[in-house]
Structures are given as structure tokens and as C-alpha cells.
Design a protein around this ligand. Structure first.
Ligand code: SAM
Length: 276
């Protein structure tokens, strides 16, 4: 396990992932019934943007710092969640998915986090002290299936792996198929990086073949054509997204595309049902 999210916290992929997570949970909270939020690859929970790791890559300058400077009101919820961990001052800290999710909890909701890396899980426990979150240190795929179905009537599972193992995609596909058998109406969000369009089409096809009826694919391409050897963007597969979320999605995606487009590129962001 070499991947450390501290090098990448607050990058453009985090902005899209965390903005969509906020919108998704808020849409589910239109109903009063309790939600369980489950984060299988939680990371550290809170990141220091002035720290050596973040400063080495500078990725936050193309992500959260652009989103904070952008005037579009559709990004207000995201900006407020980032500001909440900075007490309104300069954005020195970046909240990871556990902190974004913790901010959304209502009294009836539960938050269950998992992180395997020994240093990161210790940081996570520290970052989540004083919140209602439960923290586990298990293998993400074993944990994912063990948590299903959750105790509350509804829930969301967030799967955000580093994709450093060659079998990561195969494990996701096998686990998603098993998870869907155990909890067909559950909401699942799977983050993925975009390297090039050919690799992505092949993987999308494998997911489509699972035959899950309500499977939405969101793709964010940063550049106007594939840039060889670098990260070209990221996306989310979302199983069973609520109607209010999908209705509000197109303008939010456009706001994110515009805020995050690199110099000289428009970028492209889209959503597509895989089994329509
Ligand atoms: C992309 S980061 C998570 C970022 C976090 N979800 C966020 O949005 O703030 C992926 C995390 O998964 C952890 N990880 C990698 N393999 C894992 C496994 N098999 N089980 C649990 N955690 C794992 C890594 O240590 C890393 O902290």
C-alpha cells in the first residue's frame, strides 16, 4: 500500500467527487428515514494543504483553490463544507470524504468509515474524534460486503480505491455484483481515474455487463484530447442515484467543468445511464 492521498487531497477529482457526494446525500435526505453512510476507502479524513506532501504536487491549486475562487452559486455547498474545517479563514485544511459526510449527518443517520493503512487510520481516528463516526481498519472489499445490508432502511456506500493493484478493477466488479445481490436497492458510488478513452470504454463495458438496472456513469475529462502518460480526469459510477440528484446533476456538472477547466482547454463532463 504505497498510495497516500495527502499528495492529492483537494485536486480536481476530489472537487468533483466531494461535490457530487454532497448533492447525492442531500437529495436522499429529502426523506426523513435514516441513512447509513459507509466509506470503504476513507483515507485520513483531513489534509494539510500547506504540508510537504500537498506542496510537492501542488494539485490543490488546480482543484479546491479554483473552486473556492469560482463565483458559481451551485458550488456554494462544496465551498461551505471546505470552509467549515477552516473556520472561515484561509483554506489550509482540506476535508476528506469522511469529513464531508460527517458534516451532512442528521441525528438519525450513521457514518461508518474504513481505512487499512496503519498511519492513515490513526490520522482518521484523530480527524473524526468528536463526531458520531465509527472507524474500522479492514480490507475494503471484505468490509464492504460485511456491512450489507445496513441497519437503517437506506444507505450509501462510497468506494474510492487508489487503483494501485492490478486486480483492483476485478475486485470492484466482483464486489459490486455480490453487493447488488445482498442489497439491490442500495446506493453505491465508485470513484475511478481516467487514463485514456480506450481503457475506460473497456472497463465501462465490464460494468455494463453486470446488468445493474440503474447504473449512472459520470465522466470528467479535463483536456480536449487524451494527454499521454498523465491523469486525464476522473469519474463516478453511481448505482441507484435518487431522482432529485439526477435531475439537478447537469447544471452542477457544467459548473464543475467550467470551474476546473485547465488553461487552454474546455474539458468535458457528462452523465450517462449504462443500461438504458
Ligand atoms: C483515494 S484514497 C481515499 C480518499 C478519500 N475517500 C477521500 O475522498 O478523502 C484511497 C485510500 O484507500 C486506502 N486503501 C487502499 N487499499 C485499501 C484496502 N484494500 N482496504 C482499505 N483501504 C485501502 C489507502 O490507504 C487510501 O487512504
Amino acid at each position: 500500500m504505497n498510495y497516500r492521498h495527502s499528495f492529492h487531497a483537494g485536486n480536481s477529482a476530489d472537487v468533483v467527487k466531494h461535490s457530487l457526494l454532497i448533492a447525492l446525500v442531500r437529495a436522499l435526505q429529502h426523506k426523513d428515514s435514516a441513512l447509513t453512510l459507509i466509506d470503504t476507502h476513507a483515507g485520513c479524513g483531513l489534509y494539510d494543504l500547506d504540508g510537504a506532501d500537498a506542496q510537492r504536487t501542488g494539485e490543490a491549486t488546480q482543484g479546491v483553490l479554483r473552486a473556492l475562487a469560482d463565483p458559481n452559486p451551485l458550488l456554494d455547498d462544496y465551498r461551505a463544507a471546505v470552509q467549515a474545517v477552516n473556520e472561515g479563514g484561509e483554506p489550509r485544511l482540506y476535508p476528506g470524504s469522511p469529513q464531508f459526510l460527517a458534516q451532512l449527518l442528521r441525528p438519525q443517520d450513521a457514518l461508518i468509515l474504513n481505512e487499512k493503512h496503519p498511519e492513515d487510520v490513526q490520522a482518521l481516528r484523530g480527524a473524526m474524534r468528536g463526531t458520531a463516526a465509527a472507524v474500522h481498519q479492514r480490507d475494503a472489499y471484505e468490509f464492504w460486503l460485511a456491512m450489507l445490508p445496513p441497519r437503517t432502511p437506506r444507505g450509501v456506500v462510497v468506494v474510492d480505491p487508489p487503483y494501485e493493484q492490478t486486480d483492483e478493477r476485478a475486485r470492484i466488479i466482483a464486489s459490486l455484483a455480490a453487493a447488488h445481490r445482498k442489497w439491490a436497492h442500495g446506493v453505491t458510488v465508485i470513484w475511478y481515474p481516467l487514463k485514456d478513452r480506450a481503457t475506460h470504454s473497456r472497463w465501462k463495458e465490464q460494468l455494463r455487463k453486470l446488468g445493474i438496472p440503474k447504473l449512472l456513469c459520470v465522466e470528467h475529462w479535463l483536456y480536449d484530447s487524451d494527454q499521454p502518460g498523465i491523469y486525464n480526469g476522473a469519474g463516478l459510477f453511481i448505482v441507484n442515484p435518487p431522482y432529485a440528484f439526477t435531475q439537478a446533476l447537469p447544471p452542477l456538472l457544467e459548473a464543475l467543468r467550467a470551474a476546473l477547466a485547465p488553461e487552454g482547454h474546455s474539458g468535458e463532463i457528462s452523465d450517462e445511464w449504462l443500461n438504458d
